[in-house]
Design a protein around this ligand. Structure first.
Ligand SMILES: Cc1ncc(COP(=O)(O)O)c(C=O)c1O
Length: 467
């Protein structure tokens, strides 16, 4: 059966009545909009910014058009349930971890995004951290090594939960497939942060998606890669998942005023992908092959990070140079060509390509890179600085969920060695903490902090008690 925009159809029926709004939101379907917004955005969008009117269902107790819309997604992904999220993947991870890990042990690879640590606090979970492999050349996290996972499973046979990141921010899935297989063999419940991999399911030439690999609870930021408004995400519950129902957790965490614009954008963004995603991605993959060839052949000072055995997402381009650091490369693209990369770190910058990659887009990017490549031809190499990720596991002095609530005080970074962190210590992006509350600040961390652009005169929170 053809896919249906169940929610959008109901919204359209109401909008066509040109109703007099006597309910929230205060702009009354666009009657009371600030002039600046009207001038810049027009009024039309506001006519669809509804609340829970009759026939528009309720995200927290869905049984009408929203239930049908979400079920359509679940059927396509082969999941038992799929839930629309209006507070990004953050809300989905919180709900998934609270539901499946409450006061339980869980394996957590150390390159997870901070939203997972926040979820561990909410769930009062007992994380068993796993060291991840870091690439020597770029100091980027590759992911979890299955040999390491196996070791930990043997050492902690009572732990029955695992969190996976699939793919990483830079698009690496590396040895994740083997980790999923191993975890399944040991009947672990796998909670997956697939924030950057919503598109993987739509084309078999991309690395396999988390649901295909056997993830139990999978959270995807549709807004990051699919044609969906910011904050729109989806939580899939696989048919194998046996833990508590997710709905009460989502209801606890999400707003009672979910944006209908956002939910409609999730619905039709999903339909666009379910109907045309495979062919759209297929066409783009040809353009990506051409783009890679041109980067290799035409550029002498800017390189592309592409390792076939890293199982990379081709829609992510991590570019780096020996004569420009990541911040400089990002700045040149932005200031000279109004190209805004997703992020940069010490050594490179990350371009997220659109799923409908056109020739024009490729040419615009190549033109900019070619000009920069020539401009930097005679520069001296810059000093290599490792990125703000760590392979070693920090020493935990106070458990995370206790440390989060413990008394803290502010000190300067220069006095921090030997103290216990009272806050997350990270650079943003990528938002991956080097240290979390309750962990020991070793002297080496001060050097890493400075290398990552931090200042020893900045303040930070440490625990009052503790070392
Ligand atoms: C790896 C990873 N996980 C989770 C998140 C949180 O996703 P969201 O912004 O959709 O809440 C992010 C956001 O940047 C992320 O990069």
């Amino acid at each position: 059966m053809a896919l249906q925009p169940y929610l959008l159809n109901e919204m359209q029926k109401i909008a066509e009545q040109q109703p007099l709004s006597a309910h929230t939101p205060g702009h009354k379907n666009g009657l009371f909009l600030p002039t600046q917004l009207k001038e810049l955005w027009g009024e039309q969008f506001a006519a669809y910014d509804f609340t829970e009117l009759p026939n528009l269902d309720n995200l927290h107790f869905s049984e009408g058009c929203l239930a049908q819309s979400q079920q359509q997604v679940a059927d396509f992904f082969g999941a038992a349930h799929s839930y629309y999220l209006v507070n990004g993947t953050t809300a989905g991870l919180q709900a998934a971890i609270m539901a499946s890990c409450y006061q339980q042990e869980v394996f957590v690879p150390r390159h997870v995004h901070r939203s997972i640590y926040h979820s561990l606090i909410l769930a009062q979970a007992k994380p068993i951290y796993l060291p991840v492999s870091i690439d020597d050349e770029t100091s980027l996290p590759l992911g979890l090594d299955p040999v390491v996972l196996d070791e930990y499973i043997q050492r902690y046979p009572q732990c029955k939960r695992l969190i996976m990141v699939h793919p990483t921010y830079q698009g690496l899935t590396w040895q994740n497939k083997a980790c999923f297989t191993l975890a399944k063999e040991h009947q672990l419940t796998i909670i997956v942060d697939e924030a950057h991999g919503s598109h993987l399911h739509f084309n078999h030439n991309l690395p396999p998606s988390a649901l295909e690999l056997g993830g139990d609870l999978v959270v995807q930021s549709w807004h990051k890669t699919l044609p969906v408004l910011t904050q729109g995400s989806v939580l899939h519950v696989s048919k194998n998942y046996q833990g508590p129902n997710l709905a009460p957790y989502l209801s606890l965490l999400q707003t009672t005023s979910p944006s209908y614009l956002l939910m409609a954008s999730l619905e039709v963004g999903g339909i666009e992908m379910m109907e045309n995603g495979e062919s759209t991605i297929e066409t783009s993959l040809y353009n990506i092959i051409y783009l890679h060839q041109q980067i290799y052949q035409s550029l002498e000072n800017i390189y592309l990070l592409w390792q076939p055995d890293w199982q990379q997402d081709p829609f992510k381009l991590y570019l780096y140079s020996q004569v420009l650091n990541g911040a400089e490369l990002e700045k040149q693209l932005r200031e000279q060509f109004a190209i805004y990369p997703e992020m940069h770190d010490n050594n490179g910058c990350l371009i997220m390509l659109p799923l409908n990659l056109t020739n024009d887009y490729v040419e615009q990017l190549l033109q900019a890179l070619t000009v920069i490549d020539q401009q930097i031809a005679n520069l001296e190499p810059v000093a290599y600085l490792p990125n703000f990720y760590t392979a070693s596991l920090p020493k935990e002095v106070v458990p995370l969920s206790k440390a989060f609530y413990a008394a803290k005080k502010t000190i300067l970074w220069q006095e921090a060695a030997g103290r216990v962190a009272g806050q997350f210590i990270l650079r943003y992006p990528p938002g991956i903490p080097m240290l979390v509350p309750g962990e020991l600040i070793e002297p080496e961390l001060l050097t890493a902090w400075v290398n990552a652009g931090g200042d020893l005169n900045e303040k930070l929170l440490v625990l009052v008690k503790g070392v």
